[in-house]
Design a protein around this ligand. Structure first.
Ligand SMILES: [Ca+2]
Ligand SMILES: [Ca+2]
Length: 204
């Protein structure tokens, strides 16, 4: 775990240096997002399929090349970055890393001028040779008052062959995706039971 946290700290430091505060709403609702072959690393993002009905948000990420959990242990990270509060900086990070046996996901709350805090684990799963799926329940996040939407974008980082000084890839390249906060599922209205119907009076 300590080894993983050193990796997380490194990612956050790199992220903070990228100047990500310029957010432009790009799309609403369900999203299929392509990204160019624009980074030499193993984690060059190719496609993101975002899906959210009333339940958790899900990002299915695919890269141009294939990779294994062994390939990216301590060298590759994927971040889903969330702006939920309307503050000048991002509010949450989902950090996906490999512990050498499987992918693990950690949700961090960003603190401007302070230390990021761990909110908890999130569900991540390797998806084929070139992908990972990240799932975040909305109950783990705080949203700004009266906010009906949030922004997200994705950043990958890889250090290794072809990337001795670390390769970064961002999607969308310069924007964030605007996503409506789903309404809670409506509580089903119980059907009246037959016994609730008034019993007709017998005719005289
Ligand atoms: Ca890319
Ligand atoms: Ca890109």
């Amino acid at each position: 775990m300590k080894r993983g946290f050193r990796g997380v700290t490194m990612v956050v430091a790199v992220l903070a240096s990228m100047g990500l505060s310029a957010i432009i709403p790009a799309l609403a609702a369900r999203t299929n997002l392509g990204d160019a072959n624009d980074s030499p690393g193993r984690l060059d993002l190719r496609h993101i399929r975002f899906d959210q009905d009333a339940g958790p948000a899900s990002w299915a990420l695919r890269t141009f090349g294939s990779w294994t959990v062994d390939d990216i242990e301590d060298s590759g990270f994927v971040l889903v970055i969330l702006d939920t509060l309307g503050s000048p900086d991002e509010d949450y990070l989902v950090v996906v890393r490999s512990d050498g046996r499987k992918l693990v996901g950690l949700l961090l709350r960003r603190r401007t001028g302070g230390r990021d805090t761990e909110v908890g684990r999130v569900r991540v799963a390797k998806s084929g040779a070139d992908g990972v799926t990240v799932t975040v329940g909305m109950g783990k996040l705080n949203f700004g008052p009266k906010r009906t939407w949030y922004f997200w974008w994705v950043l990958s980082q890889f250090t290794g062959k072809d990337c001795p000084r670390t390769c970064l890839d961002r999607a969308p390249e310069e924007r964030a995706v605007q996503q409506e906060i789903p309404s809670p599922s409506p509580t089903p209205t119980p059907s009246p039971s037959p016994t609730d119907s008034p019993t007709p009076s017998p005719s005289p």
